[in-house]
Structures are given as C-alpha cells and as structure tokens.
Design a protein around this ligand. Structure first.
Ligand code: SF4
Length: 474
C-alpha cells in the first residue's frame, strides 16, 4: 500500500469542518426530537426572512445561497432535518472507518462502484469505499473541489465523455484523495463509463479487481447465472482478504438491508397519493446516504425517520407542499450540484413525486440459509438504481417509466440528460415516441449530475420554466 499517495485532504476537511461538528452539536438534540424540531423551525423562519434579501443579493457564495434555499424550503422541515442527522452520523462512521483503516492498517479497504451496495464487504469485516462517493460528498464543501477532481481526471487523459462520477474517481486517485484499495469490486452494469473507468483504476492501482458480469435479461436462467457470479465474488474476496466469509455477519447485514428496503418501498407507495406527502429531495438525499452506508443500523434508522414523516402527512391527507400544482416524474439521475428539486417546489408548487434513484423495487432477501442469501443478493443487486433500468434492453426502462407515470399520476416527465449516460441519450428518440403515446409532456434537458459547468443552474431553471409555461402548468 502506498501510504504517501493518500493524503485524503478533502475527506479530512469534510470530516473536520462539516460532519464532526454537526454530529457533536446535535448529539444531545438527536435524542430529543421535539425540541430539535422546535429549534430548527425557529431557524427556518429566520432563513425565510433572509431569503427575501437574498433574492436581491446574488453576491452570496454558492454554498450559503444553497444552504439558505434548502433549510428555508417547505419540504426540508424539522422532520426532514432530523432524518438527515442520521445520514450525518452514518457518514461520520464511514469516514472514521476509512481513516482508521488507512492509519492502523487493521482493516483492508475494498473499493466498490456506486451501483453496488457495501453489504458483502461489511460482512467480511473489511472497510468499503465507494470510489465515486468522494465526488458526491464534496458537494458539502462546494462545487469547486468537485470540479478540481473531475479536471484532475480529464487532465490525465480520461475521456471527457465519461460520467463525471467516473472522472472524479480517477481524478481523486491521481490527487491522493482516496484510500489505496486492497482489492476492487465492480460490475458490468450499468454503463460503459463505469466498466471502462474501472479498467483504468485497476491498471493505476495495480490491485486485483472482480467484475460481476450482470446478465442482460431478468429470467430464471439469468438469475442462476448471476448467483454463480456472486459465489465467484465471495471466493475472490476470501482469497484477497485472506479470511472466510462469516455468514452470520452477512445475515445481520442483509437483515438491515431488508429493513431499509421495506420502508423505502412503503415510502414509494405513499408518494402515489395526491397531494404527495413527501419530497423528492428527501428521498434523493436518502439514496446518497445509502451509497456508502446500506446495510448499517444508521441507514435503517434514517429510513425509519423518513418513513415516519411521510406516514404522518399521508395519514392526515396533507402534502409536503402547501399547494401542490404540478406532479413531476424525474426518471433519470438527479442534479447533484444544486437543489433544483427544491427550487421547483418553491417557485411552481411542482413536486418530484418519483425519480430514478428514489425508486426502490427490491425483493426481500431470504436470510434463512447461505444459498438463499446469495440468491437474494443477486436479485437485490440487479434491482439497484440505474442497474435495474440500464442492464438490458431499453424496454426495462420503459416498462418502469410507463408504470410510474400512471401510478404516481405524473403531469409531466423531465429527463435530466446527464451527458455521461450515453445509453440514456441513445434512447431519447424512443423516449419521445413513448411519451407521445401516453400523452405525457416531456422535457429533455442536457446536464451533468455533478458538474455545473456543463449546464449551469440558471440555464436549467430557464428550460424548466419555459416548459411549464408552454404546457400551461403555470
Ligand atoms: S449516472 Fe449514467 S453514466 Fe453515470 S454511472 Fe450512472 S448510468 Fe453510468
């Protein structure tokens, strides 16, 4: 392991400046939710007043503007922020685990791509590191660090057509911002960007890598094939981590995964009601936390809080917005560098009732035996966000989309057009035809999940506003 290469400066900055202070300032209040929500609501009133001034004042730094927009919005209320405390706790433990693994060398570090969950790695008592997670987490420090590592990847020759998450992962490695891996686990899904960038990472790190070969179809034969792939992955990890898989530990991690998924599916169901009792913002943020912490009790607790707040509104027949006017289906990756969802809510009463990363349709894993757990993992991995929709023919994506447009009673569909998702762009002609068939207004944007330089927030806002106007929604 090359100790000098890994300065992890951004991860440390994030931990010491953001995650740890928030944790210690709120650790007592976290146990007193009513008091916490009361105090937060007071702060929110203050921020709402501040927002009036902010409208005339564009000189505020991006991060502060974004924070004011977030914490003063209707949907990021006391309940939602209480939920985010668990997300913060989960991130704190994740970062501490990484620092400890790097400094003490006691636990091996296993990289995994963001379209796989860390459950199996946790069961090996190894430290998972989601290679794309730094790009995602840097959002808390501001867009400039994100751009810096994306550029670091491009400057070293990574194709500019890659997903920005992939460019950022390679760039972060060159910059010594991510820990050296003991081995790497990735998959042949969901896209060429991931498959290709992991070959680069394998070459650069010199580490052994396992690529799960995702089957193209969803039938029984494909499941059987994927089960063999998971078994081969277990053998690979046993060899490279020099330990046997503890199936009891795996059972306990997978039970957490089950608890989280069942709650998420219930939340999804509640989002079908009119008005929508939850916000796309909360579910997108919960997805971002699951990337690094799925299978841990902190993520289950975070999801429980999300479930409770959604259920409270659902049972009282209240929406998350005072007046819901437009129900938006955003069945694509979100915008990560700006809270566009909140802007739509506040400005137009437009709720994102369902989006691609919030959509969870994962069968429960039968944890009775070793065999059933492996089968359950195969089925679960194949249903993760992006993988479920993009591992086979475009009909898989269309089938989900039609059902979602109908079941969630969408008024329109916004396709983010992330430049890295070339498979998404290849299907836009068919997407237009499909939306015409079901009479659903469609907006195709061009954007990047993390890189605001591709399309700035102001351009995205202008396209969305024009779209709503032209379709008579406002
Ligand atoms: S966002 Fe698109 S390009 Fe990036 S990993 Fe997901 S599917 Fe691939």
């Amino acid at each position: 392991m090359n100790e000098e290469r890994q300065n992890l400066q951004f991860l440390r900055e994030l931990y010491h400046k953001k995650i740890k202070p928030v944790y210690y300032q709120t650790v007592w209040l976290d146990k007193h939710p009513d008091l916490f929500k009361f105090l937060i609501n007071g702060v929110r009133w203050f921020l709402r007043i501040l927002r009036l001034f902010k409208r005339q004042n564009k000189i505020l730094p991006f991060r502060i503007r974004n924070a004011i927009d977030m914490y003063s919005s209707q949907s990021m209320n006391g309940d939602a922020i209480w939920m985010l405390l668990q997300s913060n706790k989960s991130l704190k433990l994740y970062l501490e685990g990484i620092f400890d693994a790097v400094e003490s060398g006691a636990r091996p570090v296993v990289w995994h791509e963001w379209c796989l969950t860390p459950d199996l790695i946790l069961a090996f008592d190894a430290q998972p590191f989601c290679t794309e997670s730094l790009v995602e987490m840097l959002y808390f420090l501001g867009p400039f660090q994100t751009e810096l590592i994306i550029d670091a990847g491009e400057n070293k020759g990574i194709s500019s057509e890659y997903c920005s998450a992939a460019k950022g992962a390679v760039g972060a490695y060159f910059e010594g911002q991510i820990p050296e891996p003991d081995c790497i686990v990735t998959a042949a899904h969901p896209c060429d960007s991931m498959l290709s960038s992991y070959q680069t990472l394998e070459y650069l790190t010199g580490s052994s890598m396992f690529v799960l070969d995702t089957p193209y179809w969803n039938d029984g034969r494909s499941t059987d094939y994927y089960i063999e792939e998971i078994k081969a992955l277990i053998i690979f990890l046993e060899k490279h981590l020099n330990r046997k898989l503890d199936y009891n530990r795996l059972r306990s991690v997978l039970n957490e995964v089950n608890r989280t998924n069942i709650l998420l599916m219930e939340i999804n169901e509640m989002h079908r009601s009119v008005p929508c009792p939850g916000s796309g913002m909360s579910t997108i943020l919960s997805w971002a936390s699951r990337i690094t912490g799925m299978g841990t009790p902190e993520i289950t607790e975070m999801t429980k809080r999300l479930y409770k707040m959604t259920r409270k509104r659902y049972e009282s027949g209240k929406g998350i917005l005072r007046r819901e006017k437009i129900r938006v289906i955003w069945f694509d990756v979100p915008i990560g560098f700006y809270y566009l969802v909140l802007w739509m809510e506040e400005k137009f009463g437009a709720t994102v009732v369902m989006d691609l990363v919030s959509y969870v349709n994962t069968p429960q894993i039968d944890t009775a035996t070793e065999e059933t757990m492996i089968r359950g993992m195969a089925e679960s991995y194949r249903n993760l966000s992006m993988v479920r929709q993009f591992h086979g023919p475009i009909e898989f994506y269309h089938a989900d989309l039609i059902r979602i447009c109908e079941e969630y009673r969408g008024d329109c569909f916004i396709f983010a057009g992330h430049v890295g998702c070339k498979h998404g762009w290849a299907g836009t002609r068919l997407l237009r035809e499909l939306m015409k068939k079901i009479n659903m207004p469609l907006l195709i944007l061009t954007s990047d999940v993390f890189d605001q330089r591709i399309t700035h927030e102001d351009q995205l806002k202008s396209h969305i506003e024009d779209f709503f106007t032209l379709n008579g929604f406002i």
